[in-house]
Write a protein that binds this ligand. Structure first.
Ligand code: SF4
Length: 320
């Protein structure tokens, strides 16, 4: 038997990149825990990080390429797999075109240098419009809106939890997930620090989640009706003449069009559509940053799963 060795790695399962401490003996992973000295995650990980050992040891984990023969997948060597691709792919492309193919990658592709370097080249060479990934399942709308608003699909703003003093969260549960794309390990500790400095956490969620349990306010909402809540907030901003662009005015277009679009919606009907038992916050009003304080820095932040179109200045994040 060899000695037990300790290895420090990051978890490859999501953007939070939590630090892991692995105990290994004789090539076997004995245990996985959070790495206390990790400068970012400070020992906090989610259950998926702990479960990496089970994933690693799972007898069903793919350890070789598989080729379908007579209707069944059978293990093959890499040479056999490449030979099969060389034999079958060109005729398919020739007969049906490039869109007859599709590629899909999972989350660890964002953490492996080889996949980071070569997957996009492979996809480009293949020329198919059918490119799927973990992102296309749960965050592509956010990436699209970030690209349209900020110029690049990875320019994704995240709430500044260490400085904001009002955090509005729709359908997210970062106590369990560490924020994923938001990358906020130890969310509980950071949210408690915000509350200790006088800040407020408000959760809108049809479920009583771990995050909702520690919120200052939790509003249940009919699943799928976030749009009515957000419409009510935007309506209120215009109704109470709180839309003040300040120095951002030169970069914003269509503000009056948005006001005209939301004006006909009645708050009472929006509340009923969202099945909110009582108006959220104080009526539809939420604490707004003091004059001169940029909402991104000292005001409040909003977290929502997936995507919506936000009023200028809201800090937003797609998370889970
Ligand atoms: S939040 Fe969970 S899945 Fe994401 S990196 Fe951390 S341990 Fe891994």
């Amino acid at each position: 038997m060899t000695d037990t060795t300790i290895h420090h790695r990051i978890c490859p399962l999501c953007e939070a990149c939590c630090g892991l401490e692995l105990k290994v003996r004789d090539g076997k992973v004995l245990s996985i825990r959070g790495h206390d000295a990790d400068v970012f995650s400070a020992g906090y990980i989610c259950p998926k990080g702990v479960a990496l050992k089970d994933l690693h040891d799972d007898p069903d984990r793919l350890r070789t390429p598989l080729i379908k023969r007579d209707g069944e997948f059978v293990p093959a060597s890499w040479d056999e797999a490449f030979a099969e691709i060389g034999r079958r792919l060109p005729p398919i492309l020739a007969q049906y075109g490039r869109h007859a193919t599709a590629v899909s990658v999972g989350n660890p592709s964002a953490h492996k240098i080889s996949l980071l370097l070569y997957f996009s080249r492979l996809a480009k060479a293949l020329g198919s419009r059918n490119v799927f990934s973990a992102s296309t399942l749960d965050q592509m709308p956010k990436q699209l809106s970030s690209g349209l608003m900020f110029g690049h699909w990875l320019s994704i703003p995240v709430p500044d939890i260490t400085r904001c003093d009002f955090l509005l969260m729709l359908g997210a549960n970062p106590v369990a997930s560490n924020g994923s794309l938001w990358t906020v390990p130890d969310f509980r500790g950071k949210a408690k620090a915000m509350q200790a400095r006088g800040g407020k956490l408000v959760v809108i969620d049809p479920r009583r989640t771990e995050t909702a349990a520690m919120a200052d306010e939790h509003h249940f909402i009919r699943p799928g009706s976030d749009v009515f809540l957000l419409l009510g907030l935007v309506h209120t901003l215009y109704d109470e003449k709180r839309v003040k662009l300040g120095r951002l005015a030169p970069w914003v277009q269509g503000v009056d069009d948005v006001g005209a679009a939301v004006a006909p919606f009645l708050l009472k009907r929006l509340r009923s559509a969202a099945a909110l038992k009582r108006p959220p916050f104080a009526g539809w009003r939420v604490p707004w940053p003091a004059p001169g304080v940029p909402p991104f820095m000292g005001g409040w932040a909003l977290v929502r799963r997936n995507t919506a179109r936000w009023p200028a200045g809201w800090s937003t994040c797609s998370t889970s």
